[in-house]
Design a protein around this ligand. Structure first.
Ligand SMILES: Nc1ncnc2c1ncn2[C@@H]1O[C@H](COP(=O)(O)OP(=O)(O)OP(=O)(O)O)[C@@H](O)[C@H]1O
Length: 783
């Protein structure tokens, strides 16, 4: 069977930027002034739009004039063909040779993106000209190679993907394929034999595209359109054939605008917000990629929109990419023009890695025979499926039930998208934190290096270079922190949407006659989604555990390399409550930390929670391996604080018919990230807590008291907890508070209990002597 493999050689290519300035429109000619000068085939000057300057500007010689230099610059007199010949045609030729190319038009609304990409009858656009080139090259090819050209056309409208080659399609999903990168599942791919056929399809697709008349543009595109042409070229010799697969993506973006400028409201305003969101995401990616070339380690937020995910390959992967920045020459468009040119200028820094997509096919007779066999099996299966579908269609009663369920399917689908989006956001947040962790590490090293270097020569060249690098890292950290805050906001919005969806499902179910069945079905589906999220959380946690282990190992190696004396290490560690064992073990020494009873309590709780927890270390009293302990941090932060888990907890509360679910006092800590959890946790360590009223302590848990107590009256305690409560009674400096009673499930002859009773027998007999029936009453209220 054919297999496309990545060949060894890769070439780095810069993103090519061509700027095209359109002529003034009829209306603009009456009202506006031309402020664009194309100085030569690369240079552009944007003149100051203000004819009159105020006093301050005049005396300080301030001007808004801006000068730029790009790979190509085209003035209003240039046609699309001029742009194509000078900047695009060679790249298109590469597509027939198995290379990928992406061409996208970027600019504000009404600046001429659609005109440039689609064009008119008299002035055909880049899409049309590219297609003609591809078919001309195929036609002129005088080798024995065979070609297959396929095309797809999609639009992203309001963050939903639609197939423009299908009359009415549902929402399409993006898939991340390890071999092919980002693909759109279910997108129609049509085989074409001539440029005219594609143009026919293009016109058809364009007629389906969402456009609106806005104040700035009569036919403003409300969606981002992506036309993808794949050219498969098969080269044969006697036994083997080689396949070259080139892909060309032609992208016409929707126009960005300010709501105030377009004077739009309602749906138009919503479209505008979504368009701006994805364009902002694109601009952020361009910024980050540009920065990455200069500074390294900047996080690129591809996941923020469908558009950027689709364009990912074009922006940093295997593609020769051309950005055509379109601008208007009108003086009232100055800000938009400068903004577009600013991003175009940054985009020049972007680098992609171009490589031919080559695969081979063994064409032995046996392979053909196998292919035929497979096809025959497939035909049989399809026939059978068709017969089944026919019989299904005839059962109208079943169909009626299907109709009844269709609303649930729609809502389930939306919920699943909501879950997917949340997972993506959390993945992005996680990646961002990983990046910042590296940044912070580097910062630490830099600080050390600066301090050391300053001892040698104060403010020398090396120190200055280190400081410059430090500033860059600080900037990166700040930018990433800002991005992280935005992700958290988006997660909150997503979570709100999840609640709305769930309410809608609940409402729909309660209005339906098949209530019980639908409720079970809905819960089943929601649980399925919750399960997906949990699996994702676990994958992240495993990654964190792995990272911690590597760090742990490295630290030991470092410590050993430094060679401090064993006794000294032991002394220092003991001061920190750490004991070190097995010094001479071939795997290195093992570190143990003494935990306070409350820490041990939550570790115990979380061990129960996690079925995947890899707690291989020894658990003895309140001693837990450092490694386990660190990994639990992350688990806890997600268990208690991530929207996913809050969602799951809310669901379980709901399904439990309003009965209170088990919760711990510190579960209200809002720690949405690893670092904020650490912060929250260390705060928690500083103040002892008393469990909330009516709370059940798990087996083996213990409590600590302090003067800062919750005003609860009763707690129920398992026998194991009583034991540890007693064992750690020295921690109960204030004893069981006068306002509290402890209810227990232990047999009266339990030795631990007897000891406890004797401790409180004279001072407060009621504090610790409730009968089991009371324990049962108390615990059944909330378990
Ligand atoms: N090179 C050009 N020559 C003549 N007219 C042009 C040219 N470029 C654009 N125009 C005209 O400018 C107007 C706006 O162009 P167009 O619709 O292509 O903008 P756009 O950037 O795609 O806008 P939106 O983002 O709102 O979809 C149209 O009337 C178009 O005909």
């Amino acid at each position: 069977m054919p297999s496309i493999r990545v060949p060894a050689s890769k070439q780095t290519a810069s993103l090519m930027v061509a700027v095209k300035c359109r002529p003034l429109t009829e209306l603009e000619r009456k009202r506006s002034r031309n402020i664009i000068q194309v100085t030569d085939d690369k240079g552009i000057t944007v003149l100051d739009p203000d004819r009159e300057k105020d006093y301050l500007d005049r005396i300080q010689n301030r001007t808004k004039e801006r000068k730029y230099c790009f790979d190509h610059a085209f003035g209003p007199e240039c046609t699309n063909t001029d742009v194509y010949r000078n900047s695009i045609s060679t790249t298109i030729a590469g597509v027939v040779q198995g290379l990928n190319a992406t061409i996208f038009a970027y600019g504000s609304t009404g600046s001429g993106k659609t005109y440039t990409m689609a064009g008119t009858q008299k002035d055909p656009g880049l899409m049309v000209l590219s297609l003609h080139t591809i078919f001309d090259l195929i036609k002129k090819n005088n080798t024995s190679d065979s070609f297959e050209v396929t095309c797809s056309y999609l639009e992203v409208y309001n963050e939903v993907i639609y197939d423009l080659l299908e009359k009415s399609t549902g929402h399409l999903e993006l898939r991340e394929d390890p071999d092919q990168g980002i693909t759109v599942a279910g997108l129609r791919c049509i085989k074409v034999h001539s440029a005219d056929k594609i143009l026919e399809l293009l016109n058809l697709g364009n007629s389906r595209r969402k456009t609106e008349s806005t104040e700035s543009n009569v036919t403003s595109s409300r969606s981002h359109a992506v036309l993808e042409i794949t050219v498969k070229r098969r080269r044969k010799n006697q036994y083997r054939s080689q396949i070259l697969r080139g892909k060309l993506a032609l992208v016409d973006l929707a126009g960005s605008e300010r709501a105030s400028e377009t004077n739009s409201g309602g749906q138009k305003l919503r479209d505008g917000a979504n368009i701006n969101r994805s364009l902002l995401a694109l601009a952020n990616c361009i910024n980050a990629l540009g920065k990455q070339q200069k500074k390294g380690l900047a996080y690129v937020p591809y996941r923020n929109s469908k558009l950027t995910r689709i364009l990912k390959d074009g922006l940093s992967g295997n593609s020769q990419t051309i950005m055509v920045a379109t601008i208007s020459p009108a003086d009232n468009q100055y800000h938009h023009t400068v903004n577009t040119l600013k991003y175009a200028d940054r985009a020049k820094e972007i680098r992609t890695h171009v490589q031919k997509n080559i695969g081979t096919v063994d064409t032995h007779v046996a392979d053909y025979q196998r292919m035929i066999d497979n096809l025959q099996i497939e035909v049989c299966r399809l026939r059978k499926e068709l017969a089944e579908k026919d019989s299904q269609l005839s059962v109208t009663a079943e169909k009626a039930v299907d109709d009844e369920l269709s609303w649930l399917n729609v809502l389930s689908h939306e919920t699943s998208e909501n879950v997917q989006e949340r997972i993506n956001l959390q993945k992005a947040l996680f990646e961002l934190e990983e990046t910042n962790l590296c940044n912070r590490n580097e910062l630490q090293h830099l600080d050390d290096a600066i301090a050391k270097q300053q001892g040698i020569e104060k403010d020398g060249a090396v120190v200055q270079a280190l400081r410059a690098r430090r500033q860059i890292i600080l900037d990166n950290i700040r930018d990433n922190d800002e991005a992280g805050i935005n992700y958290q906001k988006e997660i909150a919005v997503n979570e709100k949407h999840r609640c709305q969806l769930q309410d809608m499902i609940e409402e729909a179910i309660s209005n339906n006659s098949n209530r019980t069945y639908l409720r079970i079905l809905s819960q089943y589906r929601l649980l399925g989604m919750a399960n997906t999220e949990l699996q994702f959380e676990m994958a992240i946690r495993d990654q964190v555990i792995h990272n911690q282990r590597v760090t742990h190992r490295n630290l030991w190696n470092l410590l050993m390399g430094l060679g401090p004396d064993q006794r000294k290490i032991m002394e220092l560690a003991a001061k920190e409550g750490i004991s070190i064992e097995d010094w001479n073990s071939p795997n290195g020494p093992s570190v143990r930390i003494k935990y306070s009873p409350i820490q041990a309590c939550f570790l115990q709780h979380h061990q129960d929670f996690s079925s995947m927890a890899s707690f291989k270390g020894q658990r003895d009293g309140h001693t837990v391996c450092r490694e386990e302990h660190r990994s639990s941090y992350y688990l806890l932060s997600h268990e208690h604080t991530s929207p996913v888990h809050r969602g799951i907890r809310k669901q379980s509360e709901h399904w439990a018919g309003g009965r209170r679910a088990l919760s711990f006092p510190w579960s209200s800590e809002s720690c949405t990230s690893l670092s904020s959890f650490h912060e929250g946790y260390s705060r928690q360590q500083k103040q002892d807590v008393w469990p909330e009223n009516g709370q059940l302590l798990p087996e083996g848990a213990s409590v600590a008291a302090s003067s800062n107590l919750n005003p609860c009256k009763e707690i129920a305690v398992h026998s194991g907890a009583i034991r540890s409560l007693f064992q750690n009674s020295s921690d109960l400096s204030d004893g069981i508070p006068a306002t509290h009673r402890v209810l227990y499930d232990t047999q009266p002859n339990c030795p631990d209990l007897l000891k406890l009773q004797s401790r409180y027998a004279t001072t407060r007999p009621a504090a610790f002597s409730s009968p089991s029936s009371e324990y049962n009453r108390c615990s059944s209220n909330f378990v």
